[in-house]
Design a protein around this ligand. Sequence first.
Ligand code: S3P
Length: 173
Amino acid sequence: VLSHLDDRCIYLVGLMGSGKTTVAKIIGEVLGYAVFDSDKLAEQTAGMPSVAEIFHVHGEAFFRDIESQVLKDLSTMKRLVVATGGGAVVRPVNWRYMKEGISIWLDVPLEALARRIAAVGTASRPLLDQESGDPYTKAFAKLSALIEQRYDAYANADIRLSLEDMAAKKGHE
Ligand code: S3P
């Protein structure tokens, strides 16, 4: 599929911690595409230092409006790889923009996501930073709720990459 891109943008979608930023950089390097991160562009648009700060000061709906504007602007361009925020799939209008390009869902087991997030902390991820308690357990609980709500939205992606939980596999060998 990637050899028939015709300069179209590539959008990486998936839950927080699924590796969208890392994979975007790799694909960008391989294809010689510019790499963008919709969270970073939203921060720049809002003139705020972090997504967490945007949520805190203006609320989630405000962030989602900016996120849609960012995706709309990007959809007019070519030869970009975009790491989207984990919730970018929820608003149907965003799919109108992302369907101008090719979308790839990085589908990673919840255990692996929760482990990665627990390792880096939840401070930069406002949706996960709400409750107290063990970071792994609370990340796992919230991610389970999110995948339940968003499964169909992620499934709109053109390509689904189901990634194994390598660490878990190794542990069982
Ligand atoms: C969100 C994911 C975050 C960020 C915001 C909301 C979500 O992006 O956009 O905190 O709703 O899943 P990452 O997936 O890059 O962490």
